[in-house]
Design a protein around this ligand. Structure first.
Ligand SMILES: Nc1ncnc2c1ncn2[C@@H]1O[C@H](COP(=O)(O)OP(=O)(O)OP(=O)(O)O)[C@@H](O)[C@H]1O
Length: 529
């Protein structure tokens, strides 16, 4: 039951005992699935102890404790939560194991397998109605839940049955209501659905719309909270950020999965982890690369229980080295292409959207054609998303940047220091949104600096694409719309105060650098890196 919306291979059936509070005499029937834990360590229906929970997630202690604090005791209402961070940072597995630990009922729906509002609505309702569509619970098999109003009505009915909260009345948590959590995973994918803003607005306003304190809402997203800030109702979700793992975190995470011989696996990790860390920090990608490499590493060993000494480690390493390079190339190549494909198709693939690369051996080639002004616009959007607006005055002058080369020489050290300080903060927050005016101002600034380069490129190409800055500016809105359609820039809702649309760059540093290499502007390079 309740597998719609969930990634099927991750879930097993949740037992009824795990769904009702231990204090209740008669356990309620199951509501949704107990997920099989993604690291395959825990399948037990017994609640997890806090120690087990924490030890299952190296590097996530702070997030686990923070979420537990925000969820609170069994009968206390909670504010909606938004768990956000990069791909494979443990958001889903952490929240599911937390619910296993606190042993409370929940409904889990992943937008990865929904594709449309109807499937999303029905996934939630199916879990709540135990897949029984019949007249007695008002959920008819012939009826498709297409409309938001139907969804809300049916959801209220189902929730009031589950929580004991009176239908249509504002209930007060008095210890009798059963707390239930609705989890919506990968909500960033909704942004590529039809009428995405309506459905996002509905989901993020459920707290206000339902007004049932026994319902806890938990959203999980790869995108940062301000992608949704205009969607939230009067109550904005409380954000919990899942940063990328450090190399030590990854070592501890992989040691959890280690085979019988921990010393052998540890010596293997000490060889492979650092080079791979420069290419990817994603656990799924690392695991895919490490499994065959570990087999290669062990091949010369007759006894797998052997504890390798230093000379043995060296021999194993030398033998592994060619496989290591090949595997590194493979890991580097495949996801970069996936990531680009995802962008090109305007889809936001679950595993291929955000790459945190620190490797610099990237090709200078873009596999597609883009006009010069589109390239500058893409770079401008990247800068606007990555740099706080407060730095603009320091980075770009009011003359449109024509004095920037000189100014940069004088104050580059101060600016770079300021940039360094802010870089870390920006990295933590993820790409920010910006208004059109700011994008145009940056665009104007960097195109006026890059005019010489532009002419060169036009001659190289053998045709005149645009003539100077005036030409660049004239079709900038057209280019913006093209970049939005190609998903290099996305609209991130409108500012409630100004009412104007805001944008966000979706490209990573690697892509921005490739584009920059094509326009070859020193000033831009200094800004990006
Ligand atoms: N700290 C950790 N310790 C052990 N395993 C982890 C940890 N973090 C993530 N994993 C494992 O990495 C894999 C991906 O985790 P998960 O799906 O929870 O990440 P996510 O942030 O929800 O990813 P996405 O954004 O793609 O949905 C799972 O197999 C999970 O068990």
């Amino acid at each position: 039951m309740g597998t719609e919306g969930a990634t099927p291979e991750r879930r097993t059936t949740r037992s009824s005992s795990s769904l009702s509070k231990p204090s209740l005499d008669a356990p309620k029937p199951p509501l949704s699935t107990r997920p099989s834990l993604p690291n395959d360590l825990l399948f037990s229906d017994e609640p997890l102890s806090i120690d087990t929970l924490l030890s299952n997630f190296p590097g996530r202690g702070a997030q686990v404790l923070e979420i537990l604090r925000l969820i609170g005791p069994p009968n206390s209402p909670m504010l909606p939560l938004l768990l956000h961070g990069g791909v494979s940072t443990g958001k889903t597995s952490v929240i599911l194991q937390i619910l296993h630990h606190i042993n409370r009922p929940f409904v889990y729906t992943s937008c990865c397998s929904c594709h449309s509002p109807r499937i999303l609505f029905e996934s939630v309702l199916n879990q709540l109605f135990l897949h029984r569509k019949n007249p007695s619970n008002g959920y008819l098999s012939a009826r498709r839940c297409e409309r938001a109003s139907d969804f809300i009505n049916l959801l209220r009915d189902a929730l009031s049955q589950v929580t004991g909260s009176p239908r249509g009345k504002k209930s007060k948590l008095d210890g009798n209501g059963e707390m239930i959590y609705l989890i919506f995973d990968n909500v960033e994918l909704i942004r590529s659905w039809n009428k995405s803003s309506d459905i996002l607005a509905l989901l993020f306003r459920l707290f206000d719309i339902l007004n049932i304190p026994e319902v806890g809402l938990i959203y999980i997203s790869n995108a940062a909270p301000d992608a949704y800030y205009s969607m939230a109702g009067s109550v904005e979700p409380v954000g919990v950020y899942f940063p990328d793992y450090t190399v030590d975190d990854l070592f501890n995470i992989f040691m959890l999965r280690s085979p019988a011989n921990r010393k052998l696996y540890s010596s293997f990790l000490s060889v492979v982890l650092k080079p791979f860390f420069r290419v990817t920090r994603r656990i799924d990608e690392l695991a895919t690369a490490f499994d065959p490499l570990f087999q290669k590493y062990c091949e010369p060993l007759a006894d797998l229980n052997l504890v390798p000494d230093e000379s043995m480690k060296r021999r194993l390493f030398v033998r592994l080295q060619p496989h290591l390079s090949a595997s590194l190339n493979e890991t580097f190549r495949v996801p970069s292409e996936c990531s680009f494909e995802a962008n090109k198709e305007g889809t936001c693939s679950k595993k291929g959207n955000i790459r945190k690369l620190s490797g610099r051996e990237t090709s200078n080639e873009l596999d597609f054609h883009m006009s010069v002004s589109a390239k500058y616009l893409l770079i401008s959007a990247f800068l606007a998303s990555r740099n706080p607006a407060t730095l603009d005055a320091a980075l770009f002058d009011s003359t449109g940047g024509s004095n920037n080369r000189k100014q940069k020489k004088k104050s580059s050290q101060a600016i770079m220091d300021q940039k360094d300080e802010m870089a870390e903060e920006m990295l933590l927050k993820g790409p920010g949104s910006f208004p059109l005016e700011r994008l145009l101002a940056i665009f104007q600034c960097i195109t006026s600096v890059g005019e010489g380069t532009l002419e060169e490129e036009q001659l190289e190409d053998g045709m005149v694409i645009e003539s100077g800055n005036v030409g660049l500016m004239s079709d900038v809105l057209l280019q913006l719309s093209t970049l939005c359609n190609a998903n290099f820039i996305c609209k991130s809702g409108s500012c409630p105060l100004e009412g104007s649309t805001r944008y966000r760059s979706t490209v990573d540093e690697d892509m921005a650098l490739k584009v920059h290499r094509q326009v070859r502007d020193v000033f831009v390079a200094a800004l990006i890196t």
